[in-house]
Design a protein around this ligand. Structure first.
Ligand SMILES: C[C@H](O)CC(=O)SCCNC(=O)CCNC(=O)[C@H](O)C(C)(C)COP(=O)(O)OP(=O)(O)OC[C@H]1O[C@@H](n2cnc3c(N)ncnc32)[C@H](O)[C@@H]1OP(=O)(O)O
Length: 706
């Protein structure tokens, strides 16, 4: 007989205990085959007359329920099949809700999606104050809506505005915030969670009606309509109509409030089924599968070396961010070295600001802030470097300076200390030329702002004139370090631009060409925003800095060829001291409240802006350059797989997640079509659009990337 995921036990005081513990899995998820088990558990409970209350809890040490099994949803072949799964959950949760005694969920760890929907059908919810406890309905991030009652129960519990905010963002709440919003009734230390839940189960069952509920159910239809309009506006500003789940959520929540719970549930399951079949959801689910698989990968055959201390060279923006994630996420003490005390002060102030923000939001206490600040120290010499296991270098992009850093670290640190360089443009093997132990040298390319951007490129080099390439231990160690810092690392080849900047550059250059053809700046940015990028390319250039673009561009041109030729704008802009946001002057103005184009830039570039091309034409033109280059990277082994290329583009650049990344997107539109478009654009705009060999071969052989 197979072991059940749901088991009942009883105590003499009349409290029944329903334990959820999916056999052979470390995470509880809800699967279709459990339906019979829950049905029989519910039947047993209903048949007894001696029960005063029920506690629903998890048998896992660190999770409640992480939702419906996403693999099961992906295996559905029709919308009806997915609809039936949602319906099954709805029926079981409704039966739980209708039990005559007090049903209490005792939650510790992730309680997400279907897990929270289960908890919402209980009459009370108690959760632990542990850091692992997170409550949310993240379905929207999978291109779905909560399909087992979430769109109906949550608005009735906490009001439409807060419920829409949670469901449309998919955000995961910490315990305190969940109590504040009314999602949870009580938060307690984990050690007494079950005792408290037991006491609550013995107390009278609460009545469901609340003033909030009355309001939500139609006490004020006018106010409700304003709330919906505002939520829709806010959501659309972000999603620009690219995520069907967003409209579906708004529609289903509204429908349920207008027509009642039963009809609302019906609609919820129906739309859920449709969304599971949508290409957007398939793409978003693929990101979940890819990132989960990547959490387990080590990047190398070797075992990582032990890391106890980390040092950072350079206290600038990058050094500050790297020290922050190293100390606060990975939990290692960090020593920062800069040439000046100001540099150290900057890095410390940067860390303090980030921690203080968390303190103000009550995510950490003042004591934790102080404790974490104490783990970050700095100085202008190499004190403490003899204890560092990894040194991360984030100094200026200057080869001679980097060589000096390599030599200094070899002198002051241990013989096995890893030298990880955060260069964004210099080949790692050139930096390693100065090393006596080049096997310890590796690229570790973070993106700005480090504390927010999820990607890290790990770049082993292949060897210097006199020495060997990056060792497998070095790769494994920095991959493990990056994961501890909360990052998703991809191992990429040591070629100019690595992966992310290499595919970004032709896209940005194309946007600059579109600008030089006289298209207005806002028009170009809007075109790519509507395509699904988080910022437009011209805004991005302002944010990254025109000077940075100007520095990387010639390197890519020299190493990779003519298609990297940047249009002649950088010099003109730099002569006018237009570096972008950091200089207060770029394509946009930075001294006004509202973001507006600095029209004087047109004069500088001798342009008369006028819309000539459609948004779609511009978006396709820029993105095609990126797609073609991504395939070259795969072909040359710069990335190890299409999957890494997709995750790198989404996490490093913000390539539209609903398209699943460049490779999945090409598979979706068809390789032959991509080749046809590239040929069409070659005729229109020049040879840089010529499809690469790999694409031509794939089109001939009717192959796909996945
Ligand atoms: C009808 C309903 O409304 C529909 C739904 O519920 S859709 C599902 C909604 N839920 C989610 O989106 C949550 C997805 N999960 C997560 O975000 C993260 O796994 C988490 C925050 C829960 C935990 O993260 P973390 O501690 O880093 O563990 P992580 O490595 O991701 O997961 C551990 C294992 O659980 C699995 N897992 C977690 N949630 C899962 C889910 N909902 N479905 C399938 N597998 C899941 C992972 O695949 C992984 O499996 P593996 O060890 O065999 O590879």
């Amino acid at each position: 007989m197979t072991q059940s995921a749901f088991s009942l036990s009883y105590k003499d005081n009349g409290v029944a205990w329903l334990k959820i513990d999916v056999p052979n899995e470390k995470m509880n998820t809800l699967q279709a085959e459990f339906s019979e088990q829950i049905t029989s558990v519910l039947a047993e409970l209903k048949a007894r007359s001696d029960i005063k209350g029920l506690v629903v809890y998890s048998g896992k040490p660190d999770n409640f329920v992480a939702g419906a099994d996403i693999r099961m949803l992906s295996a559905c072949e029709t919308a009806q099949e997915a609809q039936a799964l949602a319906k099954k959950g709805q029926v079981l949760f409704s039966q739980l809700e209708q039990l005559p005694f007090h049903v209490v969920a005792a939650i510790h760890g992730p309680c997400l999606g279907g897990g929270l929907e289960l908890a919402l059908s209980c009459h009370s919810r108690v959760c632990s104050d542990g850091d692992k406890t997170r409550l949310g309905l993240p379905e929207v991030q999978l291109g779905l809506l909560p399909g087992s009652g979430g769109t109906q129960r949550l608005p009735r519990l906490i009001g439409v505005a807060n419920a829409l905010d949670m469901i449309l963002s998919g955000k995961q709440l910490r315990a305190k915030k969940a109590v504040k919003l009314g999602v949870i009734d009580q938060v307690v230390p984990e050690s007494i969670l079950l005792n408290v839940a037991e006491q609550v189960a013995l107390s009278p069952k609460p009545s469901r009606k609340s003033s909030m509920q009355n309001w939500a159910l139609g006490g004020n239809p006018l106010g409700r309509s304003v709330v919906f309009d505002q939520a829709a506006k806010k959501a659309h500003e972000k999603t620009r109509g690219n995520y069907p789940a967003v409209d579906a959520i708004l529609e289903v929540v509204k429908y349920g409030l207008q027509h009642g719970m039963e009809k609302g549930l019906e609609q919820e399951a129906k739309v859920f089924g449709e969304l599971v079949m949508s290409p957007e959801s398939a793409a978003l689910r693929s990101i979940f599968f890819a990132t989960t698989a990547m959490k387990k990968e080590t990047g190398s055959e070797a075992e990582p070396l032990t890391v106890e201390r980390v040092a950072v060279l350079g206290g600038g923006l990058m050094g500050g961010g790297i020290s922050h994630v190293t100390a606060t996420k990975a939990g290692y003490p960090v020593r920062i070295k800069d040439i000046s005390n100001d540099g150290i002060q900057n890095a410390l102030a940067y860390n303090f600001k980030l921690l203080d923000k968390k303190r103000k939001r009550k995510i950490i206490s003042k004591a934790t802030l102080q404790k974490q600040m104490l783990t970050i120290t700095g100085g202008t010499d190499f004190t403490g470097f003899n204890q560092a296991d990894v040194v991360i270098e984030a100094v200026f992009e200057d080869l001679a300076l980097k060589h000096q850093m390599v030599k200094d670290v070899e002198e002051y640190a241990k013989s096995n200390t890893i030298f990880a360089t955060n260069t964004s443009s210099l080949p790692i093997n050139q930096i390693a030329q100065a090393a006596e132990r080049p096997e310890n040298v590796v690229g570790l390319h973070y993106f700005s702002p480090v504390e927010k951007m999820p990607l890290v490129e790990v770049i082993p080099h292949q060897g210097t004139e006199t020495g060997s390439g990056t060792s497998e231990e070095t790769i494994a160690t920095v991959v493990a370090l990056a994961k501890k810092q909360g990052k998703t690392p991809i191992v990429v080849g040591d070629k100019a631009g690595f992966y992310v900047n290499r595919i970004l550059a032709p896209y940005m250059n194309e946007a600059a060409r579109v600008l030089l053809s006289g298209e207005p700046i806002e028009h170009i940015d809007t075109a790519l925003l509507n395509f699904g990028f988080p910022v437009g390319p011209i805004t991005l250039l302002d944010e990254v800095g025109v000077d940075v673009g100007a520095k990387i561009s010639p390197i890519l041109l020299a190493e990779l060829g003519d298609r990297f030729e940047a249009p002649d704008v950088f010099d003109l802009l730099l002569k006018d001291d237009r570096k972008g946001r950091k200089s207060g002057k770029g394509f946009y103005r930075y001294n006004t409240k509202k973001k507006e184009v600095d029209k004087s830039v047109y004069k500088l570039l001798e342009l008369e802006p006028k819309i000539k091309e459609s948004e779609t034409e511009i978006a396709v033109r820029c993105s095609l350059m990126m797609l073609n280059e991504a395939v070259r990277c795969l072909d040359e082994g710069v990335i190890r797989s299409a999957r890494d290329g997709d995750i790198g583009a989404i996490f490093g650049i913000g390539f539209p997640p609903f398209l699943g990344g460049p490779f999945r997107y090409m598979d979706h539109i068809g390789i032959t079509r991509v080749v046809d478009m590239l040929n069409e654009y070659t005729d229109k705009y020049g040879d840089r659009f010529k499809p690469c060999e790999r694409l031509l071969d794939m089109a001939k052989e009717e192959k796909t990337f996945y």
